[in-house]
Design a protein around this ligand. Structure first.
Ligand code: NAP
Ligand code: ZN
Length: 351
């Protein structure tokens, strides 16, 4: 396969810092779009992956799956994109296209296994996919979305993973006027969940371990914010919530939150802690409650989410960094020291 070398940032082991490296991108195929990457968000999944928290990381790894850029080349059969257009690539860059899941627009559950934008076996080029901490990206146009003309483009990048990951379950479980919803954890995903759930018309109660985020949650639009260590404040919500989006990245007690659900309520897990979570049978049996999960969203739904966020003026609260500061950013993300998403200005990576 015809490839060319580009500059990227990645790491060669779980214990080494990220550093500049050269990687190969395939030449544009007939249905491919090539983009020059302008901004790339930093998701906690990037952190889990570089540390090999979940197992399955292949080194060297180039993370990054909130990829916003401008089209620089298109293949001869590309129909939906033009040179210079602003576009996004999220987590999914390939799938079989014909299983029932792909046909239903939920490519993330593809029967033959989806190809993720980084650290995934690349069925086209061989080897592994390399993510958006790089100068360019190339993939089939089916997995590229049109970026609306957000005023702050850098702040829109994180919608491509964090945004769709919370939009999809909020929509699926019915965030709407008259619904009282809990958001657990105010990080990259959680703070966008507050904004999107409010724009859908729901009443939003936020649960946080961080005292400094209680007031801030209200600025972000939450109706109420509760410090989860405050048992009295927590008890006020016993059996009150229709559903909860749980974005927590580490092991935590889910049973406390199951007890905040009304009957038939659901705790929807989107966070991906390494260790298994323990669920008390009593807390789901009582109230006929459910514990569920949700994984990003399909491509059509990602486009729908972007258009929704544009219409409602929703972007991530972003701290823009240069690629040379990415290791400090990962250290800070690990400590929960970011309000609320790091985004890399990829112009800082020189050719
Ligand atoms: P993040 O910005 O680090 O936010 C996670 C938040 O969880 C923190 O801000 C903190 O909120 C809370 N938290 C962290 N450690 C905690 C602990 N020990 N106990 C209780 N709360 C804790 O991360 P993110 O980028 O939003 O990602 C969150 C999780 O979602 C990660 O595990 C990531 O891999 C996963 N993820 C899943 C999908 C999917 O498709 N399902 C997609 C993207 C990411 P407070 O300070 O408010 O307590
Ligand atoms: Zn992500």
């Amino acid at each position: 396969m015809n490839t060319h070398s580009i500059k990227a940032y990645g790491t060669v082991s779980a214990t080494q810092p990220l550093q500049e490296m050269d990687i190969n991108r395939r030449a544009v195929l007939a249905h491919d779009v090539e983009l020059e990457i302008l901004y790339c968000g930093i998701c906690h999944s990037d952190l889990h992956s570089i540390h090999n928290d979940w197992g399955g990381t292949t080194y060297p790894i180039v993370p990054g799956h909130e990829i916003l850029g401008r089209v620089t080349k298109i293949g001869e059969h590309v129909k939906n994109f033009k040179i210079e257009e602003l576009v996004g690539v999220g987590c999914i860059v390939d799938s079989c296209g014909h299983c029932e899941y792909c046909e239903d627009g939920i490519e993330q559950f593809c029967d033959e296994g989806v190809t993720f934008s980084f650290n995934s076996p690349d069925k086209i080029s061989g080897g592994m996919t390399y993510g958006g901490f790089a100068k360019t990206y190339v993939c089939n146009e089916k997995y590229v979305v049109h970026m609306p003309e957000f005023k702050d483009l850098a702040a829109a990048a994180s919608l491509l993973c964090a945004g769709i990951t919370v939009y999809s379950p909020l929509k699926h479980w019915g965030a709407a006027p008259g619904k009282k919803i809990g958001i657990l954890g105010i990080g990259g995903l959680g703070h966008l969940a507050i904004k999107i759930a409010k724009a859908m018309g729901a009443e939003v109660i936020v649960f946080t371990t961080s005292p400094s985020k209680v007031e801030d949650a209200k600025r972000l639009g939450a109706d109420e914010a509760v410090l989860s260590s405050d048992a009295e404040a927590m008890a006020k919500y016993n059996r009150k919530l229709h559903f909860i989006i749980d974005t927590v990245s580490a092991k935590h007690d889910v049973n406390t939150y199951l007890n905040l659900l009304r009957h038939d309520g659901t705790v929807v897990m989107v966070g991906l802690p390494v260790e298994p979570l323990e669920i008390s049978a009593f807390d789901v049996v009582h109230g006929r409650r459910s514990f569920a999960g949700s994984n990003i969203g399909g491509i059509a739904e990602t486009q729908e989410m972007l258009d929704f966020c544009f219409e409602h003026n929703i972007t991530a609260e972003s701290e823009i960094i240069n690629i040379q500061d990415v290791n400090t950013a990962f250290d800070r993300l690990e400590k929960g020291d970011v309000k609320y998403r790091f985004v890399i200005d990829m112009a800082s990576l020189k050719n």
